[in-house]
Ligand binder design. Structure first.
Ligand code: NAD
Length: 497
Protein backbone atom coordinates (compact mmCIF):
# COMPACT_ATOMS: atom_id res chain seq x y z
CA UNK A 1 0.00 0.00 0.00
CA UNK A 2 1.31 3.43 -0.93
CA UNK A 3 2.37 5.97 1.64
CA UNK A 4 -0.12 8.86 1.89
CA UNK A 5 1.06 12.30 0.81
CA UNK A 6 2.87 14.17 3.56
CA UNK A 7 1.20 17.51 4.41
CA UNK A 8 4.47 19.05 5.64
CA UNK A 9 6.53 19.91 2.58
CA UNK A 10 9.15 22.26 3.96
CA UNK A 11 10.90 22.90 7.26
CA UNK A 12 9.26 25.96 8.81
CA UNK A 13 10.15 27.82 11.96
CA UNK A 14 7.08 27.72 14.22
CA UNK A 15 5.85 31.00 15.65
CA UNK A 16 4.03 31.93 18.81
CA UNK A 17 0.41 33.06 18.53
CA UNK A 18 0.03 36.00 20.89
CA UNK A 19 -2.78 38.55 20.89
CA UNK A 20 -3.98 37.33 17.48
CA UNK A 21 -0.55 37.84 15.87
CA UNK A 22 2.06 35.35 14.69
CA UNK A 23 5.23 36.39 16.43
CA UNK A 24 8.72 35.02 15.87
CA UNK A 25 10.32 33.93 19.12
CA UNK A 26 13.74 35.14 20.26
CA UNK A 27 14.30 31.73 21.86
CA UNK A 28 16.63 29.01 20.70
CA UNK A 29 15.30 26.76 17.90
CA UNK A 30 15.04 23.00 18.28
CA UNK A 31 14.46 20.44 15.50
CA UNK A 32 11.18 18.54 15.36
CA UNK A 33 12.00 15.15 13.85
CA UNK A 34 9.67 12.64 12.18
CA UNK A 35 10.48 9.46 14.16
CA UNK A 36 9.73 7.14 11.23
CA UNK A 37 11.92 8.84 8.62
CA UNK A 38 14.31 10.62 11.04
CA UNK A 39 13.94 13.76 8.90
CA UNK A 40 13.62 17.24 10.40
CA UNK A 41 10.08 18.53 9.71
CA UNK A 42 9.99 21.82 11.65
CA UNK A 43 11.93 24.02 14.03
CA UNK A 44 10.27 24.96 17.31
CA UNK A 45 11.36 27.86 19.50
CA UNK A 46 12.07 27.46 23.20
CA UNK A 47 10.34 30.70 24.09
CA UNK A 48 11.46 33.08 26.80
CA UNK A 49 9.78 34.26 29.99
CA UNK A 50 9.21 37.67 28.35
CA UNK A 51 7.27 36.00 25.55
CA UNK A 52 5.05 34.21 28.06
CA UNK A 53 4.54 37.54 29.83
CA UNK A 54 3.50 39.12 26.53
CA UNK A 55 0.89 36.39 26.07
CA UNK A 56 -0.45 37.07 29.58
CA UNK A 57 -0.72 40.78 28.76
CA UNK A 58 -2.65 39.99 25.55
CA UNK A 59 -4.97 37.65 27.46
CA UNK A 60 -5.50 40.28 30.18
CA UNK A 61 -6.56 42.79 27.54
CA UNK A 62 -8.95 40.33 25.91
CA UNK A 63 -10.55 38.96 29.08
CA UNK A 64 -12.90 41.83 30.13
CA UNK A 65 -14.55 41.92 26.70
CA UNK A 66 -14.58 38.16 26.16
CA UNK A 67 -16.19 37.44 29.51
CA UNK A 68 -19.01 39.88 28.63
CA UNK A 69 -19.56 38.21 25.25
CA UNK A 70 -22.80 36.20 25.65
CA UNK A 71 -22.19 32.44 25.96
CA UNK A 72 -24.13 31.74 22.77
CA UNK A 73 -21.96 34.22 20.87
CA UNK A 74 -18.84 32.56 22.33
CA UNK A 75 -20.23 29.21 21.21
CA UNK A 76 -20.52 30.49 17.63
CA UNK A 77 -16.74 30.89 17.46
CA UNK A 78 -16.45 27.25 18.51
CA UNK A 79 -18.98 26.21 15.83
CA UNK A 80 -16.82 27.98 13.25
CA UNK A 81 -13.72 26.28 14.61
CA UNK A 82 -15.44 22.89 14.48
CA UNK A 83 -16.30 23.42 10.78
CA UNK A 84 -12.70 24.34 9.99
CA UNK A 85 -11.40 21.34 11.92
CA UNK A 86 -13.65 19.06 9.84
CA UNK A 87 -12.36 20.68 6.63
CA UNK A 88 -8.76 20.10 7.73
CA UNK A 89 -9.41 16.74 9.41
CA UNK A 90 -7.13 14.66 7.20
CA UNK A 91 -4.33 17.24 7.13
CA UNK A 92 -4.32 17.52 10.94
CA UNK A 93 -4.29 13.73 11.27
CA UNK A 94 -1.36 13.33 8.88
CA UNK A 95 0.57 16.07 10.71
CA UNK A 96 0.18 14.08 13.95
CA UNK A 97 1.51 10.95 12.29
CA UNK A 98 4.50 12.92 11.00
CA UNK A 99 5.32 14.60 14.31
CA UNK A 100 4.53 11.69 16.62
CA UNK A 101 4.84 8.45 14.64
CA UNK A 102 1.40 6.97 15.40
CA UNK A 103 -0.53 5.28 12.58
CA UNK A 104 -2.86 7.36 10.45
CA UNK A 105 -5.89 5.57 11.89
CA UNK A 106 -4.72 6.35 15.41
CA UNK A 107 -4.23 9.98 14.37
CA UNK A 108 -7.69 10.13 12.82
CA UNK A 109 -9.13 8.76 16.06
CA UNK A 110 -7.24 11.41 17.99
CA UNK A 111 -8.47 14.21 15.72
CA UNK A 112 -12.05 12.98 16.13
CA UNK A 113 -11.75 12.88 19.92
CA UNK A 114 -10.29 16.39 19.92
CA UNK A 115 -13.13 17.76 17.79
CA UNK A 116 -15.69 16.10 20.06
CA UNK A 117 -14.50 18.31 22.91
CA UNK A 118 -15.10 21.40 20.75
CA UNK A 119 -18.57 20.05 19.96
CA UNK A 120 -19.42 19.44 23.61
CA UNK A 121 -18.20 22.93 24.58
CA UNK A 122 -20.58 24.52 22.04
CA UNK A 123 -23.37 23.56 24.46
CA UNK A 124 -22.05 26.20 26.87
CA UNK A 125 -25.32 28.15 27.38
CA UNK A 126 -26.82 25.05 29.02
CA UNK A 127 -23.61 23.70 30.52
CA UNK A 128 -22.78 26.90 32.36
CA UNK A 129 -26.18 27.50 33.94
CA UNK A 130 -26.40 27.95 37.67
CA UNK A 131 -29.24 26.96 39.99
CA UNK A 132 -31.59 28.62 42.42
CA UNK A 133 -34.09 28.20 45.21
CA UNK A 134 -36.86 30.59 46.10
CA UNK A 135 -37.84 31.31 49.72
CA UNK A 136 -34.77 30.00 51.50
CA UNK A 137 -36.44 32.16 54.16
CA UNK A 138 -39.71 33.94 53.60
CA UNK A 139 -39.27 36.43 50.76
CA UNK A 140 -35.59 35.64 50.29
CA UNK A 141 -34.20 33.86 47.23
CA UNK A 142 -30.79 32.35 46.72
CA UNK A 143 -29.01 31.42 43.51
CA UNK A 144 -25.67 30.34 42.12
CA UNK A 145 -24.13 31.81 38.99
CA UNK A 146 -21.00 30.52 37.32
CA UNK A 147 -18.46 33.10 36.19
CA UNK A 148 -15.17 32.79 34.31
CA UNK A 149 -12.03 33.08 36.39
CA UNK A 150 -9.47 34.76 34.09
CA UNK A 151 -6.39 33.38 32.36
CA UNK A 152 -5.40 29.72 32.28
CA UNK A 153 -2.21 27.93 31.24
CA UNK A 154 -2.72 24.67 29.36
CA UNK A 155 0.27 22.33 29.16
CA UNK A 156 0.30 19.23 26.96
CA UNK A 157 2.30 15.97 26.80
CA UNK A 158 3.92 14.42 23.73
CA UNK A 159 1.71 11.38 23.26
CA UNK A 160 -1.54 13.04 22.07
CA UNK A 161 -0.28 16.31 20.58
CA UNK A 162 -3.55 17.53 19.07
CA UNK A 163 -6.24 16.11 21.35
CA UNK A 164 -5.04 16.72 24.89
CA UNK A 165 -4.99 20.55 24.90
CA UNK A 166 -8.57 20.22 23.57
CA UNK A 167 -9.60 18.40 26.77
CA UNK A 168 -9.37 21.86 28.37
CA UNK A 169 -9.11 24.79 25.95
CA UNK A 170 -12.65 24.68 24.42
CA UNK A 171 -14.26 24.60 27.88
CA UNK A 172 -11.99 27.37 29.16
CA UNK A 173 -12.82 29.78 26.34
CA UNK A 174 -16.50 28.76 26.16
CA UNK A 175 -16.88 29.74 29.82
CA UNK A 176 -15.32 33.16 29.07
CA UNK A 177 -11.68 32.65 30.06
CA UNK A 178 -8.56 33.26 27.96
CA UNK A 179 -5.94 30.56 27.45
CA UNK A 180 -2.23 30.22 26.83
CA UNK A 181 -1.36 26.80 25.45
CA UNK A 182 2.16 25.42 25.77
CA UNK A 183 2.32 22.35 23.52
CA UNK A 184 4.94 19.67 24.05
CA UNK A 185 8.01 20.93 22.19
CA UNK A 186 8.51 17.39 20.85
CA UNK A 187 5.23 17.52 18.88
CA UNK A 188 4.19 21.16 18.45
CA UNK A 189 3.02 21.22 14.82
CA UNK A 190 -0.61 20.11 15.14
CA UNK A 191 -1.13 22.74 17.88
CA UNK A 192 0.29 25.33 15.50
CA UNK A 193 -2.21 24.16 12.87
CA UNK A 194 -5.02 24.33 15.45
CA UNK A 195 -4.07 27.91 16.32
CA UNK A 196 -4.10 28.82 12.59
CA UNK A 197 -7.70 27.59 12.45
CA UNK A 198 -8.56 29.48 15.66
CA UNK A 199 -7.17 32.55 13.89
CA UNK A 200 -9.26 31.81 10.78
CA UNK A 201 -12.37 31.27 12.91
CA UNK A 202 -11.95 34.90 14.00
CA UNK A 203 -11.64 34.53 17.79
CA UNK A 204 -10.93 37.97 19.30
CA UNK A 205 -7.17 38.59 19.73
CA UNK A 206 -5.77 37.35 23.03
CA UNK A 207 -8.48 34.79 23.80
CA UNK A 208 -6.47 31.81 22.50
CA UNK A 209 -2.67 32.10 22.65
CA UNK A 210 0.09 29.59 21.96
CA UNK A 211 3.61 29.92 23.37
CA UNK A 212 5.99 27.17 22.32
CA UNK A 213 8.76 26.02 24.59
CA UNK A 214 9.71 23.98 27.61
CA UNK A 215 10.39 24.42 31.30
CA UNK A 216 11.06 28.17 31.14
CA UNK A 217 7.57 28.84 29.82
CA UNK A 218 5.98 26.42 32.32
CA UNK A 219 7.87 27.97 35.25
CA UNK A 220 6.87 31.45 34.14
CA UNK A 221 3.24 30.32 33.93
CA UNK A 222 3.38 28.79 37.40
CA UNK A 223 4.86 31.95 38.90
CA UNK A 224 2.79 34.53 37.02
CA UNK A 225 0.35 36.25 39.40
CA UNK A 226 -2.15 36.89 36.61
CA UNK A 227 -2.55 33.25 35.64
CA UNK A 228 -5.49 31.87 37.63
CA UNK A 229 -4.94 28.18 37.01
CA UNK A 230 -3.19 25.41 35.14
CA UNK A 231 -4.58 22.40 33.30
CA UNK A 232 -1.68 19.99 32.91
CA UNK A 233 -1.38 16.50 31.41
CA UNK A 234 1.97 14.71 31.44
CA UNK A 235 4.14 12.42 33.53
CA UNK A 236 3.68 11.96 37.28
CA UNK A 237 6.99 13.54 38.35
CA UNK A 238 6.07 16.76 36.51
CA UNK A 239 2.38 16.61 37.51
CA UNK A 240 3.10 16.06 41.19
CA UNK A 241 6.46 17.63 42.01
CA UNK A 242 6.32 20.62 39.67
CA UNK A 243 2.76 21.53 38.71
CA UNK A 244 0.64 20.48 41.69
CA UNK A 245 3.25 21.58 44.22
CA UNK A 246 3.86 25.00 42.70
CA UNK A 247 0.17 25.70 42.12
CA UNK A 248 -0.40 24.91 45.80
CA UNK A 249 2.31 27.39 46.76
CA UNK A 250 1.06 30.14 44.46
CA UNK A 251 -2.65 29.53 45.09
CA UNK A 252 -3.65 28.55 41.57
CA UNK A 253 -6.42 26.20 40.55
CA UNK A 254 -4.95 23.02 39.16
CA UNK A 255 -5.71 19.92 37.18
CA UNK A 256 -2.58 17.73 37.05
CA UNK A 257 -3.08 14.42 35.24
CA UNK A 258 -0.07 12.12 35.45
CA UNK A 259 1.32 8.77 34.33
CA UNK A 260 0.10 5.20 34.59
CA UNK A 261 1.00 1.52 34.85
CA UNK A 262 -2.27 -0.19 34.02
CA UNK A 263 -3.49 -3.75 34.45
CA UNK A 264 -5.79 -5.76 32.24
CA UNK A 265 -7.50 -8.67 33.98
CA UNK A 266 -8.58 -11.64 31.86
CA UNK A 267 -11.08 -14.09 33.35
CA UNK A 268 -11.24 -17.64 31.97
CA UNK A 269 -14.85 -17.03 30.89
CA UNK A 270 -13.93 -14.17 28.55
CA UNK A 271 -14.69 -14.18 24.83
CA UNK A 272 -11.17 -15.22 23.78
CA UNK A 273 -11.01 -13.98 20.21
CA UNK A 274 -12.47 -10.55 20.96
CA UNK A 275 -10.37 -10.19 24.08
CA UNK A 276 -7.15 -10.87 22.18
CA UNK A 277 -8.07 -8.35 19.46
CA UNK A 278 -8.73 -5.76 22.17
CA UNK A 279 -5.46 -6.58 23.97
CA UNK A 280 -3.49 -5.83 20.80
CA UNK A 281 -4.86 -2.29 20.70
CA UNK A 282 -4.57 -1.82 24.43
CA UNK A 283 -0.92 -2.86 24.79
CA UNK A 284 0.51 -2.00 21.38
CA UNK A 285 -1.76 0.77 20.04
CA UNK A 286 -0.03 4.17 19.85
CA UNK A 287 3.12 2.04 20.29
CA UNK A 288 2.22 1.67 23.96
CA UNK A 289 2.58 5.42 24.51
CA UNK A 290 -0.86 5.93 25.99
CA UNK A 291 -1.78 6.67 29.60
CA UNK A 292 -4.65 4.19 29.23
CA UNK A 293 -2.50 1.44 27.67
CA UNK A 294 -2.32 -1.97 29.29
CA UNK A 295 1.11 -2.63 30.80
CA UNK A 296 0.54 -5.84 32.78
CA UNK A 297 -1.83 -8.64 31.85
CA UNK A 298 -3.27 -10.70 34.71
CA UNK A 299 -4.66 -14.05 33.63
CA UNK A 300 -6.99 -15.36 36.33
CA UNK A 301 -7.49 -19.02 37.26
CA UNK A 302 -5.50 -22.16 37.93
CA UNK A 303 -6.23 -23.86 34.61
CA UNK A 304 -2.73 -24.25 33.10
CA UNK A 305 -4.12 -25.32 29.75
CA UNK A 306 -6.26 -22.21 29.39
CA UNK A 307 -3.31 -19.99 30.36
CA UNK A 308 -0.93 -21.69 27.93
CA UNK A 309 -3.30 -21.62 24.96
CA UNK A 310 -4.40 -18.05 25.66
CA UNK A 311 -0.86 -16.68 25.87
CA UNK A 312 0.21 -18.59 22.76
CA UNK A 313 -2.57 -16.87 20.83
CA UNK A 314 -1.65 -13.47 22.29
CA UNK A 315 1.99 -13.93 21.23
CA UNK A 316 0.91 -15.09 17.80
CA UNK A 317 -1.36 -12.06 17.30
CA UNK A 318 1.33 -9.62 18.51
CA UNK A 319 3.97 -11.14 16.23
CA UNK A 320 1.75 -10.41 13.22
CA UNK A 321 1.44 -6.66 13.83
CA UNK A 322 2.69 -4.72 10.79
CA UNK A 323 5.26 -2.11 11.81
CA UNK A 324 6.29 0.89 9.74
CA UNK A 325 5.61 4.50 8.79
CA UNK A 326 2.13 5.44 10.00
CA UNK A 327 1.27 7.18 6.72
CA UNK A 328 1.11 3.72 5.12
CA UNK A 329 -2.49 2.71 5.87
CA UNK A 330 -1.59 -0.99 6.17
CA UNK A 331 0.78 -0.25 9.07
CA UNK A 332 -0.60 -1.16 12.51
CA UNK A 333 2.16 0.16 14.75
CA UNK A 334 4.54 3.08 14.28
CA UNK A 335 7.87 3.93 15.94
CA UNK A 336 8.39 5.30 19.43
CA UNK A 337 8.50 9.09 19.54
CA UNK A 338 12.31 9.24 19.64
CA UNK A 339 15.42 7.16 20.18
CA UNK A 340 15.74 8.12 23.84
CA UNK A 341 12.26 6.76 24.52
CA UNK A 342 13.13 3.53 22.70
CA UNK A 343 16.29 3.15 24.81
CA UNK A 344 14.24 3.68 27.96
CA UNK A 345 11.78 0.93 26.98
CA UNK A 346 14.67 -1.43 26.15
CA UNK A 347 16.12 -0.77 29.61
CA UNK A 348 12.83 -1.92 31.12
CA UNK A 349 12.87 -5.08 28.96
CA UNK A 350 16.39 -5.82 30.23
CA UNK A 351 15.21 -5.12 33.77
CA UNK A 352 12.36 -7.61 33.32
CA UNK A 353 14.89 -10.28 32.29
CA UNK A 354 17.13 -9.44 35.24
CA UNK A 355 14.18 -9.59 37.61
CA UNK A 356 13.39 -13.12 36.40
CA UNK A 357 10.75 -12.67 33.70
CA UNK A 358 10.84 -14.91 30.62
CA UNK A 359 10.71 -13.27 27.18
CA UNK A 360 8.07 -14.81 24.90
CA UNK A 361 8.28 -12.28 22.08
CA UNK A 362 11.32 -10.06 21.73
CA UNK A 363 10.68 -6.85 19.81
CA UNK A 364 14.40 -6.04 19.85
CA UNK A 365 15.19 -9.13 17.77
CA UNK A 366 12.04 -9.87 15.78
CA UNK A 367 11.64 -6.33 14.42
CA UNK A 368 10.57 -6.24 10.75
CA UNK A 369 9.84 -2.77 9.39
CA UNK A 370 7.62 -2.44 6.32
CA UNK A 371 9.40 -0.13 3.88
CA UNK A 372 12.84 1.36 3.88
CA UNK A 373 13.02 3.32 7.14
CA UNK A 374 15.82 3.65 9.69
CA UNK A 375 15.40 1.38 12.75
CA UNK A 376 16.33 4.27 15.07
CA UNK A 377 12.98 4.68 16.86
CA UNK A 378 11.30 1.38 16.00
CA UNK A 379 10.79 -1.47 18.46
CA UNK A 380 8.57 -4.51 17.97
CA UNK A 381 5.92 -5.73 20.44
CA UNK A 382 7.59 -7.46 23.38
CA UNK A 383 5.91 -9.92 25.73
CA UNK A 384 7.41 -11.35 28.92
CA UNK A 385 5.76 -13.68 31.44
CA UNK A 386 6.39 -14.47 35.08
CA UNK A 387 6.25 -10.90 36.36
CA UNK A 388 5.23 -10.26 39.98
CA UNK A 389 3.51 -7.24 41.54
CA UNK A 390 6.67 -5.95 43.24
CA UNK A 391 8.82 -5.83 40.06
CA UNK A 392 9.79 -2.43 38.68
CA UNK A 393 8.33 -3.40 35.28
CA UNK A 394 4.94 -3.66 37.00
CA UNK A 395 5.29 -0.76 39.44
CA UNK A 396 6.77 1.86 37.11
CA UNK A 397 5.45 3.30 33.86
CA UNK A 398 7.24 1.79 30.82
CA UNK A 399 5.35 3.66 28.07
CA UNK A 400 6.23 1.39 25.17
CA UNK A 401 5.00 -1.68 23.26
CA UNK A 402 5.50 -4.21 26.04
CA UNK A 403 3.23 -6.66 27.84
CA UNK A 404 4.19 -8.21 31.17
CA UNK A 405 2.14 -11.28 32.03
CA UNK A 406 1.29 -12.64 35.47
CA UNK A 407 -1.25 -15.05 36.88
CA UNK A 408 -3.71 -14.66 39.75
CA UNK A 409 -5.50 -17.44 41.61
CA UNK A 410 -8.88 -15.71 41.50
CA UNK A 411 -10.57 -12.36 40.95
CA UNK A 412 -9.96 -11.29 44.57
CA UNK A 413 -6.23 -11.68 44.13
CA UNK A 414 -6.30 -9.86 40.77
CA UNK A 415 -8.18 -6.89 42.27
CA UNK A 416 -5.75 -6.78 45.18
CA UNK A 417 -2.78 -6.63 42.79
CA UNK A 418 -4.41 -3.83 40.78
CA UNK A 419 -5.29 -1.84 43.88
CA UNK A 420 -1.81 -2.06 45.40
CA UNK A 421 -0.15 -0.39 42.41
CA UNK A 422 0.69 3.28 43.11
CA UNK A 423 -0.67 4.42 39.74
CA UNK A 424 -4.42 4.24 39.38
CA UNK A 425 -5.24 5.53 35.94
CA UNK A 426 -7.12 2.71 34.21
CA UNK A 427 -7.80 -0.96 34.89
CA UNK A 428 -9.87 -3.23 32.67
CA UNK A 429 -11.48 -6.64 32.93
CA UNK A 430 -12.50 -9.12 30.25
CA UNK A 431 -15.25 -11.50 31.35
CA UNK A 432 -18.70 -12.76 30.38
CA UNK A 433 -19.80 -12.77 34.02
CA UNK A 434 -21.86 -9.79 35.14
CA UNK A 435 -21.05 -10.66 38.74
CA UNK A 436 -17.27 -10.55 38.17
CA UNK A 437 -17.59 -7.33 36.16
CA UNK A 438 -19.63 -5.65 38.90
CA UNK A 439 -17.27 -6.79 41.63
CA UNK A 440 -14.32 -5.42 39.64
CA UNK A 441 -15.99 -2.08 38.94
CA UNK A 442 -17.07 -1.75 42.56
CA UNK A 443 -13.74 -2.50 44.23
CA UNK A 444 -11.12 -1.23 41.80
CA UNK A 445 -9.40 2.03 42.83
CA UNK A 446 -8.48 3.40 39.42
CA UNK A 447 -10.26 6.40 37.94
CA UNK A 448 -11.10 4.83 34.57
CA UNK A 449 -12.50 1.30 34.36
CA UNK A 450 -13.01 -0.82 31.24
CA UNK A 451 -15.36 -3.79 31.09
CA UNK A 452 -14.61 -5.80 27.96
CA UNK A 453 -12.90 -2.61 26.71
CA UNK A 454 -9.09 -2.46 26.71
CA UNK A 455 -8.76 1.33 26.46
CA UNK A 456 -11.09 2.93 28.98
CA UNK A 457 -11.11 6.36 27.30
CA UNK A 458 -13.92 8.59 28.54
CA UNK A 459 -15.91 10.45 25.90
CA UNK A 460 -15.71 14.26 25.85
CA UNK A 461 -18.92 14.64 27.89
CA UNK A 462 -17.46 12.54 30.74
CA UNK A 463 -14.47 13.50 32.90
CA UNK A 464 -11.09 12.08 31.96
CA UNK A 465 -10.59 10.58 35.37
CA UNK A 466 -7.60 9.18 37.26
CA UNK A 467 -6.63 8.50 40.84
CA UNK A 468 -3.63 7.64 43.08
CA UNK A 469 -0.31 8.75 41.56
CA UNK A 470 -2.05 9.30 38.21
CA UNK A 471 -3.98 12.41 39.20
CA UNK A 472 -3.52 15.45 41.42
CA UNK A 473 -6.37 17.84 41.97
CA UNK A 474 -10.12 17.56 42.41
CA UNK A 475 -11.76 18.21 39.05
CA UNK A 476 -10.66 16.53 35.83
CA UNK A 477 -10.46 17.64 32.21
CA UNK A 478 -13.43 17.27 29.81
CA UNK A 479 -17.16 17.82 30.10
CA UNK A 480 -18.95 19.15 33.18
CA UNK A 481 -15.90 18.85 35.44
CA UNK A 482 -13.94 21.11 33.08
CA UNK A 483 -16.81 23.62 33.12
CA UNK A 484 -16.65 23.66 36.92
CA UNK A 485 -12.87 23.96 36.92
CA UNK A 486 -12.94 26.95 34.59
CA UNK A 487 -15.69 28.79 36.50
CA UNK A 488 -16.20 30.24 39.94
CA UNK A 489 -19.51 29.78 41.72
CA UNK A 490 -21.00 33.00 42.98
CA UNK A 491 -23.81 32.61 45.48
CA UNK A 492 -26.34 35.45 45.65
CA UNK A 493 -28.92 35.87 48.43
CA UNK A 494 -31.59 38.35 47.47
CA UNK A 495 -34.34 40.17 49.36
CA UNK A 496 -36.49 43.07 48.11
CA UNK A 497 -38.04 45.57 50.50
P1 NAD B 1 6.26 15.28 30.65
O1 NAD B 1 5.82 15.38 32.05
O2 NAD B 1 7.69 15.02 30.37
O3 NAD B 1 5.93 16.64 29.86
C1 NAD B 1 4.62 17.18 29.85
C2 NAD B 1 4.71 18.69 29.65
O4 NAD B 1 5.39 19.28 30.77
C3 NAD B 1 5.49 19.10 28.41
O5 NAD B 1 4.81 20.17 27.80
C4 NAD B 1 6.86 19.50 28.95
O6 NAD B 1 7.45 20.51 28.17
C5 NAD B 1 6.55 19.99 30.35
N1 NAD B 1 7.61 19.65 31.32
C6 NAD B 1 8.30 18.48 31.41
N2 NAD B 1 9.13 18.52 32.47
C7 NAD B 1 8.96 19.71 33.08
C8 NAD B 1 9.54 20.33 34.22
N3 NAD B 1 10.45 19.73 34.96
N4 NAD B 1 9.13 21.58 34.54
C9 NAD B 1 8.18 22.21 33.82
N5 NAD B 1 7.60 21.66 32.71
C10 NAD B 1 7.98 20.43 32.34
O7 NAD B 1 5.31 14.20 29.94
P2 NAD B 1 5.46 13.61 28.47
O8 NAD B 1 6.62 12.66 28.44
O9 NAD B 1 5.40 14.70 27.47
O10 NAD B 1 4.09 12.79 28.35
C11 NAD B 1 3.95 11.44 28.66
C12 NAD B 1 3.36 11.27 30.03
O11 NAD B 1 2.05 11.84 30.08
C13 NAD B 1 3.18 9.83 30.43
O12 NAD B 1 3.58 9.68 31.77
C14 NAD B 1 1.68 9.59 30.27
O13 NAD B 1 1.16 8.54 31.06
C15 NAD B 1 1.14 10.92 30.67
N6 NAD B 1 -0.21 11.13 30.18
C16 NAD B 1 -1.21 11.18 31.11
C17 NAD B 1 -2.53 11.34 30.69
C18 NAD B 1 -3.64 11.39 31.69
O14 NAD B 1 -4.73 11.83 31.35
N7 NAD B 1 -3.44 10.96 32.92
C19 NAD B 1 -2.80 11.48 29.33
C20 NAD B 1 -1.74 11.44 28.42
C21 NAD B 1 -0.44 11.28 28.87
Amino acid sequence: MAVLEEPIKEVKVLKNFIGGEWIESKGQLVDVVNPATCKVIAKVPISTEEELNAAVEAAKEAFPIWRRTPPLARARYLFRLKELLEEHFEEISRIQTMEHGKTIDESRGETRRGIENVEVATGIPSLMMGYNLEDIATGIDEYVIRQPVGIFGIIGPFNFPFMIPLWSAPYAVATGNCVIIKPSSEVPISQQKLAELVDEAGFPPGVWNVVHGGRTVVSAMLDHPDIAGIAFVGSTPTAKDVIYKRCGETGKRVIAQGGAANFIVVMPDCSVQRTIASLMTSFFGNTGQRCLAGQTLIVVGEDDNFYKRFIERVVDAASQITIGYGLDESVQMGPLRDEEKKKRVIKYIEMAEEEGARILLDGRKSLRIKGDYPETCFLGPTIFEGVTPDMRVVQEEIFGPTMGVMRARDLDEAIEICNENPYQNAQCIFTSSGKSAREFRYRIRSGNVGINIGIAAPMAFFPFSGSGESFFGVLHTQGQEAIRFFTESKVVIERWF
